[in-house]
Design a protein around this ligand. Structure first.
Ligand code: GRF
Length: 211
């Protein structure tokens, strides 16, 4: 049984989509075993408690960089975690954690990478930038995590149209809906070893098809 840690900083609606997918059987052979929050008192922690999932708050401000890395690694090891999902996690993951879990960490980003990503593009800022740029298509991306900001290989993307009457807030809501679909899909594939590499590009295998 794979053991997943979900790292959060806020409301945890993406965490909820993973809990729902575990309960429905979409994610099988794996258990959400731990929630780590970079902030105290966030709703994601209540969701974890409601579902009997162990949780810890680990704040960067409480540690030196080296101690922060150690605190995360120790906590992940204590809970025998083998897969990490960043779901609205706003802290920077230390290099030691990325190295220890390479190929087993994914992140959800609320735009179509490589657009509207990288330093400073998080949360509502992404959707405001999408709105102001007048692009007609945005969406969500799930990608592997490497040492850069939003630079890891893209696993899955889904687009949504931006309409004339959209606002940054309605764009965010449309994208969040997409996030809740593609994140469980990718995590289900990851824990079932259904991600295949073709010329250094990851694809999800669905039955006989990959894409
Ligand atoms: C999501 O849009 C996520 O992609 C972004 O922050 C938001 C967090 O949502 N990075 P939630 O905490 O999962 O509800």
């Amino acid at each position: 049984m794979r053991r997943i840690a979900v790292l959060v900083s806020g409301s945890g609606s993406n965490l909820q989509s993973l809990i729902d997918a575990q309960q429905s059987g979409q994610i099988s052979g794996a258990q959400i075993a731990l929630v780590i929050s970079s902030k105290p008192n966030v709703f994601a922690l209540e969701r974890a408690a409601t579902h009997g999932i162990a949780s810890r708050v680990i704040r960067t401000a409480d540690y030196s960089p080296a101690e922060y890395e150690k605190a995360l690694l120790n906590t992940l090891t204590e809970h025998s975690i083998d897969t990490i999902v960043l779901a609205g996690f706003l802290a920077i993951l230390p290099q030691g954690v990325i190295g220890a879990y390479r190929g087993r960490i994914v992140n959800i980003h609320p735009s179509l990478i490589p657009s509207f990503c990288g330093k400073g593009f998080y949360g509502a800022r992404v959707h405001r930038a999408v709105y102001e740029s007048a692009v007609k298509l945005t969406g969500a991306t799930v990608h592997f995590v490497d040492e850069g900001i939003d630079t890891g290989k893209v696993i899955c993307q889904c687009g949504v149209a931006v309409a004339a009457d959209d606002t940054p807030e309605t764009i965010a809501a449309k994208v969040l809906k997409i996030e809740h679909q593609i994140l469980p899909e990718v995590v289900a594939a990851l824990v079932a070893d259904r991600i295949e590499w073709v010329d250094e590009r990851p694809f999800i295998r669905r039955g006989e098809e990959i894409g």
